[in-house]
Design a protein around this ligand. Structure first.
Ligand code: UT7
Length: 322
């Protein structure tokens, strides 16, 4: 049996840090409100001209170095993002050329905040089927470009960043399983009104901005993440007490705490980055994973549960022995 296994992780955060205090000066909000309702203290914002491919490249280089793998050994590149550099070529193609993996399949996955989890699930299937041996899987966003900085209900939430893993074929697990879902019936709760074939306006930024009914999304997110965690445990026949680490999507500390409670996990077994990164959409899980690995918390052999929920709605999980 072939499994896929994470050989190395990497991440990158843009230099510029945007604090809650700076947002207080911009919209009618307070540091206290943001911290109490979301857990966020600050977020990183890409520099002018710094693209999703640029930040992905830094994260990819670090993951390749950690894995001891050269760019030209990679035979699959999948990149989860909702903020690609340009419409086409895909950001995965741009990145593939930057790392020197030309020739292998490379494509983006748009599953909003679940983008990395979807990319990981697809790459796992490529490797299990023998179609790839070494995959670069990235979650990266310059989501700040899609934020309406005058809308206090969304602009305090999001941040930019990139996370990457190198997956390799292995006889030893590895990723034990991934679960991916979507329900396109809730578009109006979380969406951007502008795309290529719909929605351009003459207004600022051509009308491109995240619209979110936060409170309703919150309720669906908590319920749905409960369900996918349950599905993951049941499918793999493992008890919640066997999970060493929860690496959740970092949208809101209250959502993270609810999932941890459901798993009876103390918060020191949960990787939290939302306080410093905000919601980096598809980048949030791989950023948290890299931080957990590099800080020495997640170690080889640990049982790790990752999950994400986002626009679509999309939601996904992965269970692995790191
Ligand atoms: O990653 C993709 C999935 N996204 C998520 O999972 C996000 C899910 N949603 C959330 O995280 C939370 O719903 C939010 C953090 C977005 C909002 O928190 P909430 O506790 O659900 O607040 P709310 O939307 O019910 O708003 C409560 C009040 C409202 O005022 P009124 O109507 O009670 O007078 C808002 O207008 O807070 C107000 N408000 C703010 N006040 C100060 C909304 N945004 C702000 C703000 N500063 N930035």
């Amino acid at each position: 049996m072939i499994y896929s296994r994470i050989l190395g992780t990497g991440s990158y955060l843009p230099e510029r840090i945007l604090t809650n205090a700076e947002l207080e000066a911009r919209v009618q909000t307070t540091d206290e409100w943001i911290r109490e309702r979301t857990g966020i203290r600050q977020r990183h914002i890409a520099a002018e001209g710094e693209t999703t491919c640029d930040i992905s490249f830094h994260a990819a280089q670090r993951a390749l170095e950690a894995a001891g793998v050269q760019g030209n050994e990679i035979d699959l590149v999948i990149l989860g993002t909702t903020s690609p550099d340009i419409v086409f070529p895909s950001t995965a193609c741009l990145l593939q050329h930057r790392i020197g993996a030309n020739g292998c399949p490379a494509f983006d996955v748009n599953a909003a905040c679940s983008g990395f989890m979807y990319a990981l699930g697809i790459a796992d299937k490529f490797i299990r089927s023998g179609s790839a041996k070494k995959a670069l899987v990235v979650g990266a966003e310059t989501i700040s470009r899609v934020v309406d900085w005058n809308d206090r209900t969304t602009c305090v939430l999001f941040g930019d960043g990139a996370g990457a893993v190198v997956l390799g074929a292995s006889e030893e697990a590895g990723i034990l399983g991934t679960h991916m879902h979507a329900d396109g019936g809730h578009r109006e709760l979380l969406y951007t009104p502008v795309g290529i074939s719909a929605g351009f306006t003459d207004g600022p930024n051509h009308g491109l901005a995240i619209h979110m009914s936060g409170n309703e999304v919150f309720k669906v997110a908590v319920k749905t993440l409960d369900a996918v965690v349950e599905e993951t445990l049941t499918t793999h026949g493992i008890d919640k007490s066997q999970i060493d680490w929860l690496i959740p999507h970092q949208a809101n500390l209250r959502i993270i705490t609810a999932t941890a409670k459901r798993l009876d996990m103390p918060m020191d077994r949960v990787i939290v980055t939302v306080d410093r990164h905000g919601n980096t959409s598809a980048a949030s899980v791989p950023l948290a994973l890299d931080e957990a690995v590099r800080s020495g918390r997640v170690k080889r052999g640990d049982m790790v549960l990752m999950e994400a929920f986002g626009g679509g709605f999309t939601w996904a999980s992965a269970l692995m022995r790191y």
